[in-house]
Design a protein. Structure first.
Length: 198
């Protein structure tokens, strides 16, 4: 079956999740986490602005993308034992690009990819705080940035933060994704409170 999504919708197929834990335990299907990696099966033409300008989707067929664990799935279509998911392009975090032996993550829109700076492991009173009990750090290093935000006029505004910046996040900032054993935070640039200066 072929799909032809409209507007800025895209059709993806999630990669299969690991059925065995690192310790060799078989994970039942109902307990497996959804894979964050997916293949783009089809894309719509893009988003049409109020002034009639078409902003084309930046992902294309056969791209490998990373999406959030709890991405807003508009609808799931089952065909021949496979699941195809319709989502908006804005729900894609990044496109995975294989370059020789390395991988590059190309972010979408005004998304920013950050790695949180570890919280203090020792309290002010000298007590060692276990990692599971530490609050999430509001400091995070910018690892990658998207091309920027496109306004309704069609104008692209490039991000003001850059790779290497130490950003200040809200303690409620969500969007944590585990990639190859490392946890990263994906948020819109507008959700960053500020950056530290030298």
């Amino acid at each position: 079956m072929q799909f032809k999504p409209i507007s800025n919708l895209i059709v993806i197929k999630r990669e299969q999740s690991d059925s065995t834990s690192k310790g060799g335990i078989i994970i039942p299907h109902t307990a497996q986490q959804k894979s964050i990696r997916a293949q783009v099966i089809a894309t719509g033409p893009g988003k049409t602005l109020d002034n009639g300008v078409l902003i084309k989707n930046s992902v294309k067929e056969n791209d490998t993308v990373i999406i959030g664990q709890y991405t807003d799935e508009k609808i799931t279509v089952k065909d021949d034992g496979q699941e195809f998911i319709f989502i908006q392009e804005i729900d894609v975090l990044c496109v995975v690009e294989q370059i020789d032996d390395s991988v590059r993550l190309n972010l979408i829109g005004n998304l920013v990819m950050l790695k949180r700076v570890d919280s203090d492991a020792i309290s002010k009173g000298g007590i060692i705080i276990p990692e599971s009990a530490r609050p999430k750090s509001i400091k995070a290093e910018v690892v990658a940035v998207g091309p920027g935000r496109i306004y309704d006029s069609g104008m692209l505004v490039e991000p003001s933060v850059k790779v290497g910046d130490i950003a200040i996040l809200s303690k409620w900032a969500a969007g944590d994704v585990m990639i190859d054993g490392t946890e990263y935070t994906f948020i819109r640039e507008t959700e960053i409170m500020g950056v530290y200066e030298d």
